[in-house]
Design a protein around this ligand. Structure first.
Ligand code: FAD
Length: 281
């Protein structure tokens, strides 16, 4: 894996309410002090937060002194709209993108009308439109994307994204480090050597985590689930146990040669900051 300094990044989502905007502002004010390699900002594939992504990226670049990478998704935008978006981000000084297919939100119909149907097509489109201007991150799934026909199909898809021009990848979150190492072995057998950065989800709220995990196909190992369920509404114990679990995971990954970590901050200062400090990043 990697011998260079690890890439430590974190992720925000664009706020939709005044209270959310205050939460993000507070998180940004604290987390920029950690000097992340870059921060990324998600994109709602339903279109609801597309403007929010742009506005958040602009504000981070102008005010935080940190590199910022927008997520862009192809599933609900035409080629024309994507080309305009790429131009707008290039004009803003953006150098890195997280390129995704995205999900069709319930109530928004199907992806039948999408001009670009999968992320590999989006990566190829970005290269065609903008050459090597952007460093392109793509998504990787150590536990296999929930809609993939098989683990091998999903790996073949990952290879298509790399072949189309992705520079590095961020994984869906997971709690079992062996899933990551097995994925890296499979990549190596396919000759894929781009950095694959583990996505790290702090554990703060069991019910929310269980809901997310069901949707995105991330497995919560039984021993972790049982402990978290056992705490019921005792949030302090959930957070304390969750912190230990995720800290142990991060340590194993970095010790095992993972080329960095990408924290899903959920727009909250803690526990990303606590993990960062405990890991002495
Ligand atoms: P793809 O790589 O296109 O894969 C999607 C599925 O299609 C996989 O099952 C794959 O195996 C399959 N597939 C690919 N090509 C083919 C083919 N030719 N034929 C048949 N099947 C195929 N979502 C958002 O909406 N906004 C975000 O900001 C966002 N950020 C994310 C950040 C990270 C780091 C990650 C890991 C996920 C993020 N997601 C986000 C979720 C992501 O959009 C979903 O997981 C989505 O379902 C898949 O996106 P993808 O780019 O991985 O798709």
């Amino acid at each position: 894996m990697s011998s260079t300094a690890p890439t430590i990044s974190l992720e925000y989502f664009p706020p939709r309410t005044e209270k959310g905007a205050q939460g993000l502002a507070a998180a940004r004010a604290e987390l920029k002090l950690l000097k992340p390699s870059y921060v990324s900002v998600t994109f709602g594939a339903g279109g609801s937060t597309q403007d929010g992504t742009y506005a958040t990226i602009k504000s981070i670049l102008e005010e935080d002194g940190v590199d910022a990478a927008p997520h862009i998704s192809c599933i609900s935008s035409s080629r024309r709209e994507l080309a305009d978006m790429l131009e707008a981000y290039r004009d803003l000084g953006v150098k890195r993108l997280v390129a995704l297919r995205g999900d069709v939100p319930s109530g928004y119909g199907t992806m039948d009308a999408a001009e670009l149907r999968y992320a590999n097509e989006l990566v190829a489109f970005i290269r065609e439109q903008t050459g090597d201007h952007f460093h392109i991150e793509v998504a990787a799934y150590p536990e296999t994307h929930p809609q993939a026909r098989s683990a091998q199909d999903d790996l073949d898809n990952f290879k298509r994204k790399v072949d189309a021009g992705a520079n590095s990848a961020i994984t869906q979150y997971f709690f079992n480090p062996d899933a990551y190492y097995a994925f890296m072995d499979s990549c190596s057998k396919l000759g894929l050597d781009i950095p694959v950065i583990p996505g790290i989800m702090p554990i703060t709220n069991y019910k929310q985590l269980a809901r997310f995990s069901d949707t995105c196909g991330a497995e919560i190992p039984r021993w972790i689930r049982k402990r978290l369920e056992g705490y019921g509404d005792d949030l302090a114990s959930i957070r304390e146990f969750g912190f230990d679990v995720v800290l142990g995971l991060c340590e194993k990954l970095l010790d095992g040669g993972a080329p960095g970590l990408h924290f899903y901050s959920m727009n909250r200062t803690e526990p990303t900051r606590a993990l960062w400090k405990a890991l002495d990043l």
